[in-house]
Design a protein around this ligand. Structure first.
Ligand SMILES: Cc1ncc(COP(=O)(O)O)c(C=O)c1O
Length: 376
């Protein structure tokens, strides 16, 4: 760890990502899904973990597919030499269709209108477009309603320049409502036979996200789409631990300033925190400009020397203040804001509880000015 840290001349605040834990989580998913394939979700810069580094490792360890949100993310992967199939999950803007075909990216079609547009443009390029049909089974985001899916299949099967590569839907409440999840599962699974009759072959069906993989026992279909669990996170600590997931990401910094503050003095913007007795306050060079949530003002914690200390006063754009009481600390001493230090840990899920945020928001929110260092 010291090696990566000292190798670069950089600011003291950085994100450390342990790719060995990615391998651990990926093989956990593999073991839990039988024969199903894995579409590893790497959108939004691999949930803040770095699109390219994460995708390269996932390709190396045998992911069947990568899933991204938008065209640009798929293009970045192809430019970097990623060869495995890539599904773009988001909606498609008509004028971008040519690029999907040029870069061999699989599209999501969520309406008859868009699949005709894909067909028309693919025809002009003398290519066949690989398309996954998106069915809405109850989330009401994008997709053709499951009750009209049969008609959508018939329409799609008649298009000369379309190669249907999959049929999928997305779960709305897999972390807390298994009954509705089962309803969504059945609505999609019930379309299998119809699709085989219409397309005259078996097409891969996929539905489960991380919460679905962890909680839903009744079937996995032909492929699963984990994101969160690959990064070793979950919607709460209990489910993360039950699934044996290991977080990849730590957020680290160091003490850059130490001062003694007298009882009654206020700290940071608004002087919202008053120290109750003479104490030592240290400053850490991280703030909401790095994605450290402002909502951790007066309620976050950091680890120094394996011990928890409170964030006092408001989080600034570039700095936070921490009360270390009477403990001895020194300039340059390591500080952990997310991750483990000795026996103590601050998890992303803990930060979510304090800030009423989603785990996705916390890691995706870590801005580009925080360097990412990779281990293993
Ligand atoms: C269509 C789709 N599939 C799969 C995922 C992965 O979800 P999770 O990260 O909860 O596993 C997402 C994430 O938002 C998604 O939008």
């Amino acid at each position: 760890m010291e090696d990566t840290k000292t190798k670069l001349e950089r600011r003291p605040t950085y994100v450390e990502i342990d790719l060995r834990n990615l391998e651990h989580n990926f093989s956990g998913v593999r073991k839990s899904i039988g024969e199903a394939k894995i579409i590893s979700i790497v959108k939004a810069d691999a949930y803040g973990h770095g699109l390219l580094a994460i995708s390269e490792r996932l390709e190396k360890i045998g992911t069947d597919y990568l899933g991204v949100g938008f065209l640009e993310e798929g293009v970045a992967l192809r430019d970097r030499g990623i060869k495995c199939p890539i599904l773009v999950l988001g909606g498609v803007a008509g004028y971008q269709i040519n690029y999907f075909l040029e870069y061999d990216l699989e599209l999501t079609a969520s309406s008859q209108y868009i699949i005709s547009e894909i067909d028309r443009r693919a025809g002009r390029m003398h290519k066949k477009a690989k398309v996954h049909l998106k069915i809405d089974t109850g989330m009401n985001r994008i997709g053709v309603n499951y009750q009209r899916a049969e008609h959508f299949f018939e329409f799609s099967a008649g298009l000369a320049n379309i190669d249907v590569a999959g049929i999928y839907s997305h779960l709305a409440v897999a972390e807390n409502d298994l009954e509705f999840t089962k309803l969504q599962f059945d609505r999609l699974a019930d379309l299998k036979t119809k699709s085989e009759l219409i397309f005259k072959r078996k097409l891969p069906f996929h539905l489960l996200n991380s919460a679905g993989i962890m909680n839903f026992e009744d079937g996995k279909l032909d492929a699963v789409r984990p994101g969160l669990m690959l990064y070793g996170m979950s919607y709460d600590e209990k489910s993360r631990e039950a699934a044996g997931l290991k977080p990849l990401l730590s957020l680290k910094s160091e003490i850059v300033f130490i001062k003694q503050v007298r009882s009654g003095e206020g700290i940071s913007y608004g002087l919202t925190h008053r120290v109750e007795e003479d104490t030592t306050i240290v400053t850490i060079p991280i703030g909401y400009g790095d994605g450290y949530p402002h909502r951790l003002s007066n309620c976050g914690n950091v680890l120094i020397g394996g011990k928890r200390y409170p964030v006092v006063g408001r989080v600034c754009m570039d700095q936070i203040m921490v009360d270390v009481g009477k403990d001895k600390v020194r300039i340059g001493q390591d500080v952990v804001l997310i991750g483990a230090q000795d026996e103590e840990t601050i998890s992303v899920e803990e930060i979510c509880r304090l800030t009423d945020a989603l785990p996705y928001e916390i890691t995706i929110g870590l801005t580009q000015r925080v360097p990412r260092l990779y281990l293993n």
